[in-house]
Design a protein around this ligand. Structure first.
Ligand SMILES: *[C@@H]1O[C@H](CO)[C@@H](O)[C@H](O)[C@H]1NC(C)=O
Ligand SMILES: *[C@@H]1O[C@H](CO)[C@@H](O)[C@H](O)[C@H]1NC(C)=O
Ligand SMILES: *[C@@H]1O[C@H](CO)[C@@H](O)[C@H](O)[C@H]1NC(C)=O
Ligand SMILES: *[C@@H]1O[C@H](CO)[C@@H](O)[C@H](O)[C@H]1NC(C)=O
Ligand SMILES: *[C@@H]1O[C@H](CO)[C@@H](O)[C@H](O)[C@H]1NC(C)=O
Ligand SMILES: *[C@@H]1O[C@H](CO)[C@@H](O)[C@H](O)[C@H]1NC(C)=O
Length: 237
């Protein structure tokens, strides 16, 4: 990371320098004016990369990344800004719903759950951040079980309307393609009234619930028979 950051920091500098030289990776052999080798400005971590792919003048330099373990040089397009995909092709998975509801029925479920959650958060029927959060999770769990594919958008809406985060951060945290579908799976399977609920609320904000303590290990029933009186470590094979 540190190397990446320092490279990012020198990129604008380098780009300017390259423009001025008008010949990064070009040089005498191609008839382009300028020098065929590049002298990096002071501070550039030249020792980090032994070679660079030729880049058009003015474009950021692309180190030819070599993996000494696998003995491969990663292809140029791995870091090529022109070929880096702009969309996320990862598939989105939702938990299996526990009932087959029509789209309209699913939307009705979400609407009613959103208003229930708002009532829990804003109302006074439940007191205390942790109790409110756990109660809201219990309601949200049924949304994840009945209308999973509609949950991410509902979470973004709730996050935004309650002022939990800025609209852009809410989208980043809860959209289906980022963490929304994963949160839906977690909600669908979590024991929200138990320890899971406390961990989830604490991970959303420690001002909701404190992080639960470590549970004592209960060894009863873990092993089929008691430990032998004079057990010895077996010889290494
Ligand atoms: C690394 O790969 C190159 C070409 O792919 C090969 O010529 C060379 O022998 C390899 N080096 C090692 C240490 O395996
Ligand atoms: C990058 O290059 C590799 C090897 O040449 C190729 O298989 C791959 O499709 C390229 N990817 C993109 C995004 O251009
Ligand atoms: C919903 O419908 C699908 C396809 O018809 C079926 O495979 C699934 O078992 C049903 N689920 C429930 C909970 O009824
Ligand atoms: C709680 O009430 C405030 C003020 O009426 C409102 O702006 C906010 O959106 C409500 N929060 C939720 C989660 O409904
Ligand atoms: C409860 O949560 C709100 C934010 O929703 C926060 O401002 C407040 O400080 C929290 N209360 C406690 C006791 O942590
Ligand atoms: C420990 O586990 C055993 C067997 O699962 C159970 O009967 C017992 O109640 C547990 N003890 C505690 C303190 O949780």
């Amino acid at each position: 990371m540190a190397i990446g950051c320092s490279i990012m920091a020198v990129v604008p500098l380098l780009a300017q320098y390259t423009l001025a030289q008008a010949g990064y990776g070009g040089g005498a052999s191609t008839g382009i004016p300028g020098v065929s080798s590049f002298v990096a400005p002071a501070g550039y971590p030249t020792s980090a990369f032994s070679s660079y792919y030729p880049s058009p003048s003015g474009q950021e330099p692309q180190p030819a990344l070599y993996d000494p373990v696998l003995n491969i040089t990663f292809p140029r397009n791995l870091t090529n800004p022109d070929t880096i995909p702009l969309n996320d092709p990862d598939p989105v998975y939702y938990p299996q719903p526990i009932a087959n509801l029509s789209t309209a029925a699913q939307q009705a479920v979400i609407k009613s759950i959103l208003s229930e959650v708002s009532e829990i958060i804003n109302g006074s029927s439940i007191q205390g951040n942790c109790s409110k959060c756990i109660a809201a999770l219990s309601v949200a769990k049924s949304a994840a079980q009945l209308a999973p594919s509609l949950v991410p958008a509902a979470m973004v809406a709730l996050c935004t309307s309650s002022g939990f985060h800025s609209a852009s951060t809410c989208a980043e945290d809860f959209e289906a393609s980022t963490f929304g579908a994963i949160w839906t799976q977690v909600l669908g399977l979590a024991d929200v009234a138990g320890l899971d609920g406390q961990y989830i609320c604490s991970s959303l904000s420690t001002s909701f619930c404190p992080a639960p303590g470590v549970s004592p290990l209960n060894m009863t029933g873990l092993f089929p028979k008691p430990k032998p009186a004079n057990a010895k470590k077996p010889a290494a094979s």
